[in-house]
Each structure stands twice: as structure tokens, then as C-alpha cells.
Ligand binder design. Structure first.
Ligand code: KIV
Ligand code: NA
Length: 265
């Protein structure tokens, strides 16, 4: 199996082949997602919501992200594994940012890190890239800033925010980021950004003209019933499937239909 690298993703943009990414936080899921053929797997800090049940991505720690990354790396043979730097591990100063990124790379064996923001985190990105660690950017609706935004609505609808986003995207390219996530922004803006830079854009709620797409695995397989933004396509209804299987098992045991003779020693 030929491994996907950051160089592979750059080439895919050049060849106009769309890039696919999904999240995973554990070994078993990572194995299935990799076998399904995605190009990249994101160990997202969405683990804070999806795995730990927090309301935001803010509480997850660097140690917890490293644990998730270790589990994912053990399950992946082909995809590029990218790990989110969690809130508080890179914003305050660039030395701390580099230390956090180095810990992820050393302790998990992942291939790249992702962090949120543009010019505000310029120094952190510079330091990490200079250490030889591939960095993926993330602009638009950046969930670690939710208390500043106040809502999860579409970002950069006005000209001022759109212009800042475009200049941040160009800066991220200049700083040496290998790709960048665009989350929940107007499709026409994502198209403009994608055409203005040579590194691939990976969209979530950012329209069809991004160079690739990313979704949260638990959302796309329908495990999260309460979450249905317009951008989400559900490929399965696993919530219904799994609760159905569980209630069938409960019934079988209660009715003394499980285990049967063939299932006994
Ligand atoms: O943490 C995450 O899952 C993400 C994606 C939604 C891009 O950052
Ligand atoms: Na994230």
C-alpha cells in the first residue's frame, strides 16, 4: 500500500482530483475509514463533543488528543493522519505551540497537525513549520473561538470578514501550510480562496469548489441524531440501526432466546 503524504495532496489539487477526509478518534473506526479509501483522517478536537460529550471543543486536553491520535495511527495503513492542536496548546506563545506539536508527532506517530486561525497564530505556524512538522490551517467557523463568535452560524458573509479570510488563506500558504480547512463559509468565497492559493482547500459547509471535503464520521454515518446542519449528508442511520440491535438483544435475553444451543458449549 502506498501511503498518502502531504505531497500527494498537493499533487491532487494540481491534477484536479478531489481530496477526501473524515474524522476518527479510535483504532476500530480508523481502520474502517482507512479501508473505505479516504485520503486523510483527521483526529479532530471534535472528539471533545463526539467522544467526551462536552458542549464545545475547548475542554479537550493535549494528553487526550495524543491518546486519540495513538489509537488512530495503529489502525491506519494508507491515509495521512492529521491531529488537531487543542485549545490553549498553541495560541499563547509560539514556543508552547512548537512543544505541543512536537509532543503529538513524537508520542502518536501522526503525520501532521492542524490548528485554527490566521495572522493571530502566524508565529506559532512559522515555528512548527520550521521544525519540519506539516501544518494544516483552518479558517472560517473555527470552533475554538465559539465564545467570541457567539453562534455556529455561517462566517464571512460580510465583505470585511471575507477579505480577512482571503488574506489569512494567502498568509497560511506563504507560511508553508500544506492545506487548509474552510468551515461554514459561503460557497462563492470558498471558490475564490481555492482559486487564489496553490495549497489544497478542504471544505466543510463550504460548497463544491473546494479542493476536497471533510465531514465528522459520527455525523455522516448518522450516529448523532440531534445534529443536522444543511451541509451534512447522512450516508447511514446508525443511531436507529444500533439502538434497534440493542433492543433486539435485550428482548432475546429476556425471552430466553439468547443464547441458544448452538451458541453454548
Ligand atoms: O475537529 C474537527 O472535526 C474538525 C473538522 C470539522 C474540520 O476540525
Ligand atoms: Na477541529
Amino acid at each position: 500500500i502506498k501511503r498518502i503524504t502531504t505531497e500527494t495532496l498537493r499533487k491532487m489539487k494540481f491534477d484536479k482530483e478531489k481530496i477526501t477526509m473524515l474524522t476518527a478518534y479510535d483504532f476500530t473506526t480508523a481502520k474502517m475509514v482507512d479501508a473505505g479509501g479516504v485520503d486523510a483522517i483527521l483526529v479532530g478536537d471534535s472528539a471533545s463533543n463526539v467522544m467526551a460529550g462536552h458542549e464545545t471543543t475547548l475542554p479537550i486536553t493535549l494528553d487526550q488528543m495524543i491518546y486519540h491520535a495513538q489509537c488512530v495511527v495503529r489502525g491506519v495503513e494508507k491515509a495521512l493522519v492529521v491531529v488537531d492542536l487543542p485549545f490553549g496548546s498553541y495560541q499563547s506563545d509560539s514556543h508552547k505551540a512548537l512543544e505541543s506539536a512536537v509532543r503529538i508527532m513524537k508520542e502518536s506517530g501522526a503525520h501532521a497537525i492542524k490548528l485554527e486561525g490566521g495572522v493571530e497564530v502566524e508565529k506559532s505556524i512559522k515555528k512548527i513549520v520550521n521544525a519540519g512538522i506539516p501544518v494544516m490551517g483552518h479558517l472560517g467557523l473555527t470552533p475554538q473561538s465559539i465564545y467570541q463568535f457567539g453562534t455556529y452560524k455561517v462566517r464571512a458573509k460580510d465583505d470585511e470578514e471575507a477579505e480577512k479570510l482571503l488574506s489569512d488563506a494567502k498568509l497560511l500558504e506563504e507560511l508553508g501550510c500544506f492545506a487548509l480547512v474552510l468551515e461554514k463559509i459561503p460557497a462563492h468565497l470558498a471558490k475564490k480562496v481555492s482559486e487564489s492559493i496553490t495549497i489544497p482547500t478542504i471544505g466543510i459547509g463550504a460548497g463544491a469548489d473546494c479542493d476536497g471535503q471533510v465531514l465528522v464520521y459520527h455525523d455522516m454515518v448518522g450516529m448523532n441524531q440531534g445534529f443536522s446542519p444543511k451541509f451534512l449528508r447522512r450516508y447511514l442511520d446508525l443511531y436507529t440501526e444500533i439502538t434497534g440491535a440493542v433492543s433486539q438483544y435485550v428482548k432475546d435475553v429476556k425471552d430466553q432466546n439468547f443464547p441458544n444451543e448452538k451458541e453454548s458449549y
